[in-house]
Design a protein around this ligand. Sequence first.
Ligand SMILES: NC(=O)c1ccc[n+]([C@@H]2O[C@H](COP(=O)([O-])OP(=O)(O)OC[C@H]3O[C@@H](n4cnc5c(N)ncnc54)[C@H](O)[C@@H]3O)[C@@H](O)[C@H]2O)c1
Length: 324
Amino acid sequence: MAQQHVLITGGAGFVGSHLAERLLDRGSAVTILDDLSTGNYANIAHLEGHENVRLLIDTVFNEHLMEDLIRSHDRVFHLASAVGVKLIIEQPVKTIQTIVGGTEIVLRYCSRYRKPVLITSTSEVYGKGTHIPFREDDDVVTGPTSRHRWAYACSKALDEFLALAHWRETRLPVAIVRMFNTVGPRQTGKYGMVVPRFVQAALRNEPIEIHGDGRQSRCFAHVSDVTAALVTILDTPACFGKVINVGSDEEVTIRDLAERVVEITGSRSELRFVPYSDVYGDGFEDMQRRVPCIERLQELTGHRMTRSLDTIIRDVAESCRHRT
Ligand SMILES: NC(=O)c1ccc[n+]([C@@H]2O[C@H](COP(=O)([O-])OP(=O)(O)OC[C@H]3O[C@@H](n4cnc5c(N)ncnc54)[C@H](O)[C@@H]3O)[C@@H](O)[C@H]2O)c1
């Protein structure tokens, strides 16, 4: 079989760098495009010089480059995005522009050159949905536009609409993945990602800050399981024109998560509860539960998550120890 040439936008990010490794392992040639706005060169430093890797520090807003790249690659994984609730609140204009504008460019050229593309959306799109587990065709309910927090969900939802519109009008082979919390080595705590933040505090025996009362729950998938799902989805034509949840359905409260982190790392950290308003300002809204229904993923691809939360915590701790 001829070697596949794959473009990953946001390839120096947390998920993108793991995805690049997975694609290289199966013999693809990988081009990583990243402006390093939230990504980190250290994530991909070990790949530079690899015979099948091309690294471009540039932006998806460089349209000439994007056109050239998409024309000359076989498929595209679009991961470049403003990411993380904290960033979204601090830089609302950039968030909307990056998510909506960047995806518009990628879809436009993938449509022109008929290239299969995977768009990464987010469980945030479910907004304030309370019908658990979240199914892809559920109604979405978000808050008012005066609360910047919802800009992330609405921008990603617009990406989904645009991708589905390309599928409907011209049968662009596009798959849309709603990713739930994905965790693993290399993710930083800088953007409010809860597991690395807890693990870093635990390793330093510093207080672990829990936002709110800790009774809110989440599901965490290992990045390795998630990148396997992304690759399989783009390999499966039945996934085109569909929105697909990708995540774990093992639910844990944030308080229990903190306790498990303390236990697994052998830490002396205490748990400290901090009101949301102290962290994100007044009027911040968080969801109590976020659990994916993963039937569609399983039916279309047969994919299953294989790594438990304890494995995830151990892997993140191991990677944090190496970084410090
Ligand atoms: N990690 C999660 O739990 C999670 C959950 C839901 C959705 N997602 C989605 O998955 C994708 C990857 O997320 P991640 O966790 O790896 O985050 P990340 O911040 O590590 O990766 C995003 C990457 O995009 C790059 N980027 C941003 N703007 C760019 C631009 N204009 N041009 C080129 N590169 C640009 C950043 O530098 C970064 O490397 C994103 O679309 C995100 O919304 C992630």
